[in-house]
Design a protein. Structure first.
Length: 100
């Protein structure tokens, strides 16, 4: 489920420690199931400590995605909406001063 939800944004795969015991030992995996997260360098890999549920795992992984959001102003709103017409855009309309 996580692999499908994050397709194109993160590489998610599974490996059998029965078939690849040397790799699992090298990564410090002592029991299964275990989820290891490998952020971009220079951050070291770490064991996911939350609930082994798709939403929790995907949420943790998504924290490592870069922020490509654009702060819209009166000066750039029209350009934002009309630039790259082949790309979808998402706007969050809110009365809050900062995004959630």
């Amino acid at each position: 489920k996580v692999a499908g939800d994050l397709k194109g944004m993160a590489k998610v795969c599974a490996i059998s420690c029965t078939d690849f015991p040397v790799f699992c030992d090298k990564q410090g995996v002592k029991e299964t199931p275990t989820v290891m997260i490998y952020p971009t360098n220079p951050m070291p890999a770490f064991k996911f400590e939350g609930k082994l549920e798709a939403k929790a795992v995907a949420g943790k992984i998504s924290r490592f995605f870069p922020d490509f959001s654009t702060k819209l102003t009166q000066e750039n709103i029209d350009t934002f909406v009309t630039t790259d017409p082949s790309k979808p855009k998402v706007l969050l309309f809110s009365n809050k001063k900062t995004p959630p």
